[in-house]
Design a protein around this ligand. Structure first.
Ligand code: ASP
Ligand code: MG
Length: 424
């Protein structure tokens, strides 16, 4: 008997039937005698649909009002789930993030949790209720406005509550059986990873693996919350995310060099051509970009194709910030002193991640040879201690992922099952 937080993603509660199915699953956990806290996402693609609706009404909605709107998606699914549980004879109560005591910074659309005061949640648990909390939202401590924590952040709500409530662990239910060595939608022979350390999971999440929200993994590592990622469509064990030194090595096998391959098609590339090759030029470019509130990822600087006293600087940024980035640079063209900016959103990033690369040489060679064998051209390269990422053309991403996956011997025997649609 213990206290368990379970989070169900949008694809697990896409329609009325799915909500009843999830309710039955929760009822079983409750019947085993556990105290259960549920964090719920909006039904299916509800958040995207609300977003589309907002943009139809207004091209540039205020972020405060967007948060008021988007948080209703989770409020719906939470209330519906409470109704379904009541019909199964399970006492359940739904709360908004605010009611659950999730206090955040006032930044709409991307607020951070600063404190959790879960008094009402604890009282309801003590009264024997299942508590359902609407995911990815809270209330700003200063302004008292409703905030959202960023797309996909219900995972983060779940881990934060698990930590605040001292839960035994946090279960994240999704539409595949766990974290795979690559996205099974692209590599059907991808293998489920039984256990993975926080650091590797963070690199995979940061490299575009959508299975877990990056801040959820950061939070879990900081607060030492063990996370079990599994399918709500099967009873199979999933993937445990935990401290690296507690990760069991598969049998007597040596530690794998590479744990997984991730990809990301959400970024674009800006190239600033003909930047004066002098001290401070890069600083002035990235000052303009950061003043526009844009986070960049990879950077490459080269001798310019225009002249050898000039350089070209390329960097990647979220595609959704592409226009803003170009406009910010154009507005400062004379100040920075470049010739031209180019924009390319037909790119993708492919990354290999594994703590094993710390102690093995030749990993880069194996990776690049595999990409060459697939005829994939590399546009940018970046590395960390446990990751190598390359930027390639978007139509070469699938081939690059499959090639790398095979080259590091990650293919499994069984075909991975994808139970539902969106992978969110
Ligand atoms: N419904 C929100 C989204 O689609 C939050 C979540 O599902 O985690 O981003
Ligand atoms: Mg998700």
């Amino acid at each position: 008997m213990g206290r368990i937080v379970q989070k169900y993603g949008g694809s697990s509660v896409a329609d009325a039937e799915s909500i009843k199915r999830v309710a039955r699953r929760i009822a079983r956990t409750r019947a085993d005698g556990h105290e259960v806290i549920i964090v719920i996402s909006a039904m299916g693609d509800a958040t995207d649909e609300l977003m589309d609706l907002a943009l139809k009404v207004s091209p540039n909605p205020k972020s405060r009002e967007l948060d008021m709107l988007l948080t209703t998606g989770e409020r719906q699914s939470a209330a519906l789930l409470a109704m379904a549980l009541a019909d199964l004879g399970v006492e359940a109560v739904s709360y908004t993030g605010s009611q659950a005591g999730i206090l955040t910074t006032p930044t709409h659309g991307n607020a951070r949790i600063i404190d959790i005061t879960p008094g009402r949640v604890v009282r309801s648990l003590e009264e024997g209720s299942v508590v359902i909390v609407a995911g990815f939202q809270g209330v700003a401590q200063t302004t008292k406005d409703v905030t959202t924590l960023g797309r996909g952040a219900s995972d983060t709500t779940a881990v934060a509550l698990a930590s605040a409530l001292g839960a035994d662990h946090c279960e994240i239910y999704t539409d595949v059986d766990g974290v795979y060595t690559a996205d099974p939608r692209i590599v059907p022979s991808a293998r489920r990873i039984t256990e993975i350390g926080y650091e590797e999971m963070m690199e995979l999440a940061a490299s575009g693996a959508k299975i877990l929200h990056l801040r959820c993994v950061e939070y879990a590592r900081r607060e030492n919350v063990k996370v079990h990622v599994r399918s709500s469509f099967s009873d199979k064990p999933g993937t445990w995310v935990k401290p690296h030194d507690e990760v069991r090595k598969a049998g007597k096998m040596e530690e794998a060099i590479i744990t997984g391959v991730a990809h990301d098609r959400s970024e674009a590339k800006i190239t600033v051509i003909g930047v004066p090759d002098q001290v401070g030029a890069a600083a002035s470019i990235f000052e303009v970009i950061s003043d526009a509130g844009i986070n960049i990822d990879m950077i490459v600087q080269n001798v310019s194709r225009l002249s050898d006293v000039k350089t070209d600087i390329s960097f990647t940024l979220p595609m959704s910030d592409g226009r803003k980035g170009i406009e910010a640079l154009e507005a400062n063209k004379n100040k920075i002193g470049f010739e031209e900016v180019l924009y390319d959103d037909q790119i993708g990033k492919v990354s290999i991640v594994g703590v094993g690369m710390r102690s093995h040489s030749g990993v880069t060679t194996t990776f690049f040879k595999a990409l060459a064998a697939e005829g994939v051209n590399l546009q940018m390269i970046s590395t960390s201690e446990i990751r190598i990422s390359v930027v390639v053309s978007t139509d070469e991403v699938d081939r690059a992922v499959r090639g790398a996956h095979a080259a590091f011997g990650l293919d499994g025997e069984e075909e991975a099952v994808v139970y539902a649609g969106t992978g969110r």
